[in-house]
Design a protein. Structure first.
Length: 300
C-alpha cells in the first residue's frame, strides 16, 4: 500500500512501524515474564509459557502486517502444505541477510510452533531484544575458537550444556528448534576465506542440531530443510525495509531424520561425529545445487 512512496521514506516508515511493534509486544512480554519469574509454580509456569507464546506469535503477526503495508514483493514459495502446528520441528536454513528471519517468520508463523533460534551470546546485550529472546527461552551460545579452547580447556563443552538445558525446556511444549547451520550470514569475503566446497553457502556446523537431537530425539516431527534465494541479489536489511526486495524464492522440504541419529552422543562419540557431519554436508551439497538451479530458473 505504501510502496508507491520513495524508497527511503518507505524504509523510515517501515523502521518506525517495526519499532512500535517491538515496544508494544516487548512491554507486554516483560510483564508476563516477570510474573513467571516471581511465581515459579509448575502449573502457573505452563500457563505463562502459553501466554508468552501467544505474545510472540502476535508480535510476528505485527511484523507481517507492516511488511504487507510497505513492500511489494513477489513470493515464490513451495512446501508449506502438511505442516503441523502441534508437532516438534528441527529447522535448518541458509543465511544471507537479516531479512531471512522475517521471511521465515512470515511464512511459518502459526503453521509450525514458534521457532527458537540458536543465538550468539553477544546478542543478549541488544537493547530490548536481548531480554525478549531470553524471556522466550532462546538459547545463547558462546562459540569459542579452537586456539582459545586450547588455552582455556575449562570452557570446552559449556555451549553443549547451555543447549542441552534449553532443549530440555523445549520438551514441555511443541517447539521448532531453528538453526542457521552456517553460524553467520553468507558474504563473498567469508566464502573466500573459508575456501569451502560450496558455491553459494558457507560450511555448515553440525554440533547444535546434533545436541538438539540428543535431547529431544523422537519428539521431532521431522527436519524442515529451508532454502531462501533472492534472485535480484542478497539485500541489506535497509534495502529490505525500503521495499527493494522484488522477489523471494523459498523452498521447504520435510526430511526424515535417520533413527540412528536420535539420542546419540555427538560430543564424545567420534564415529557418530563423522557420520553426522557427513549427513549434514550432504544436505548442504544438495542445497547448494538447489540454489544454483533456482537462480538459473529465475534468469530464464
Amino acid at each position: 500500500m505504501l510502496n508507491f512512496l520513495p524508497g527511503r521514506l518507505v524504509g523510515c516508515l517501515a523502521m518506525l512501524l517495526l519499532a512500535v511493534n517491538v515496544l508494544l509486544w516487548v512491554f507486554i512480554l516483560f510483564v508476563f515474564s516477570f510474573l513467571k519469574f516471581i511465581l515459579p509454580i509448575r502449573p502457573l509456569t505452563k500457563q505463562f509459557d502459553k501466554i508468552l507464546l501467544w505474545i510472540a506469535e502476535n508480535w510476528i503477526s505485527g511484523n507481517v502486517l507492516w511488511m504487507k503495508l510497505t513492500q511489494k514483493t513477489v513470493w515464490d514459495v513451495q512446501g508449506l502444505k502438511g505442516l503441523n502446528y502441534r508437532g516438534w520441528y528441527l529447522v535448518v536454513s541458509n543465511h544471507q541477510s537479516w531479512a531471512d528471519i522475517f521471511v521465515l517468520q512470515k511464512l511459518l508463523n502459526r503453521r509450525i510452533p514458534l521457532m527458537k533460534f540458536f543465538l550468539k551470546r553477544e546478542l543478549i546485550w541488544v537493547p530490548l531484544m536481548g531480554l525478549a529472546w531470553w524471556a522466550l527461552d532462546f538459547p545463547f551460545l558462546r562459540r569459542h575458537r579452537t586456539d582459545y579452547l586450547k588455552k582455556h580447556p575449562e570452557q570446552k563443552g559449556k555451549d553443549f550444556e547451555t543447549t542441552r538445558k534449553a532443549c530440555e525446556k523445549f520438551s514441555r511444549i511443541p517447539t521448532s528448534v531453528m538453526n542457521f547451520l552456517e553460524g553467520t550470514r553468507f558474504t563473498a569475503q567469508k566464502h573466500e576465506r573459508q575456501e569451502g566446497p560450496y558455491r553459494y553457502l558457507l560450511k555448515p556446523k553440525a554440533g547444535g542440531i546434533a545436541l538438539a537431537l540428543n535431547v529431544l530425539g523422537e519428539k521431532f516431527h521431522s527436519l524442515l530443510n529451508i532454502t531462501i534465494v533472492y534472485p535480484d541479489g542478497i539485500p541489506t536489511f535497509w534495502e529490505f525495509l525500503c521495499g527493494k526486495v522484488r522477489r523471494v524464492v523459498v523452498r521447504i522440504s520435510s526430511t526424515e531424520i535417520p533413527k540412528a541419529f536420535l539420542h546419540m552422543d555427538y560430543e564424545s562419540d567420534k564415529n557418530f561425529q563423522t557420520l553426522f557431519q557427513q549427513w549434514v554436508q550432504d544436505l548442504w551439497k544438495e542445497k547448494d545445487s538447489q540454489i544454483a538451479a533456482l537462480l538459473q530458473e529465475a534468469k530464464a
